[in-house]
Design a protein around this ligand. Structure first.
Ligand SMILES: C[S@@+](CC[C@H](N)C(=O)[O-])C[C@H]1O[C@@H](n2cnc3c(N)ncnc32)[C@H](O)[C@@H]1O
Length: 263
């Protein structure tokens, strides 16, 4: 399975996102505790793994898992001072990890990419002990919360997200679907927390701007053909970047952090 957002800049983009995002708040809100044995499924370059390692302390343990050897190499470097962290290459759908090995399983911004995402969720439940917690953090409506968003950009944003779903299977509404999936799987005490992913009231900072440039360029080969070809695609991406720079426009996105307990 190819990770669609791959680019030479992806590790830097993810680390900035991990360090400036709301992961710490989500981890605390969902009851991560000192001494927990934790799985960070789809850990990327390890910024959140590091946060988890600090929160569980040396009496706990963290396993970071990712498909990409490159991401894992970066994650090992970021976490080199933590002896209670280890990394392993695996697919989140078939981890090869033993049953019931973790107290707390964390998975952020991964299920959005995975075609058989609910099989992956079942796998995360399998490796979590009975009474342990599975926490999935995902955005909902990513890239669509902009106002004012003049035509034709507003309509293009809808076509862009539809093209993502049809070409690379990326679901920008995955966040709202996790609650139902966890209930259907029979997880107990399923709860949802709503957190901001970002709120840009006015001009976006340089790092957000670069983040979107990287994203548009990584997705270009897959989605441009469905959106009128390269020239049209680049023109509309440019309009989106101008919207980010608009001092009078609001841009926001929410995170839905869903937790459930393995019965
Ligand atoms: C957007 S990044 C998220 C990284 C990190 N969880 C975070 O919150 O910043 C998605 C990560 O999931 C990994 N990934 C994608 N599909 C995967 C799969 N099927 N199994 C394991 N990892 C996967 C990618 O290699 C990438 O590192």
């Amino acid at each position: 399975m190819r990770y669609v957002m791959e680019s030479t800049d992806e590790a830097r983009r993810l680390l900035v996102q991990e360090r400036t995002g709301n992961a710490r708040e989500a981890l605390l809100l969902t009851g991560l505790q000192q001494g927990d044995r934790v799985l960070d499924a789809g850990c990327g370059p390890g910024g959140i793994t590091e946060m988890i390692a600090e929160l569980v302390g040396p009496t706990g343990h963290v396993t970071g898992l990712d498909l990409s050897e490159e991401r894992l190499a970066q994650a090992r470097q970021v976490n080199q001072r933590h002896a209670h962290v280890r990394f392993q290459p695996a697919d989140v759908r078939r981890t090869g990890l033993p049953d019931a090995a973790f107290d707390y399983t964390w998975c952020q911004f991964v299920l959005q990419y995975v075609p058989d995402r609910w099989d992956a969720l079942a796998e995360l439940a399998r490796v979590t002990r009975r009474g342990g917690k599975i926490v999935v953090s995902e955005f909902d409506g990513f890239g669509l919360g902009n106002w004012p968003c003049p035509e034709p950009l507003r309509e293009w944003c809808l076509r862009f997200t539809d093209a993502l779903q049809r070409t690379v299977g990326l679901d920008v509404h995955v966040g709202r679907k996790v609650f139902h999936a966890m209930r259907q799987m029979g997880l107990a005490q399923v709860r949802v927390h709503l957190l901001p992913q970002y709120v840009i009231a006015g001009t976006a900072d340089a790092s957000t701007y670069l983040d979107w440039e990287t994203r548009f360029s990584a997705l270009e080969p897959a989605v441009a053909p469905l959106l009128g070809g390269l020239e049209d695609y680049r023109g509309m991406c440019q309009k989106y970047l101008e919207l980010l720079a608009d001092p009078d426009a609001l841009k926001y996105s929410v995170l839905l952090v869903t937790e459930g307990i393995r019965p």
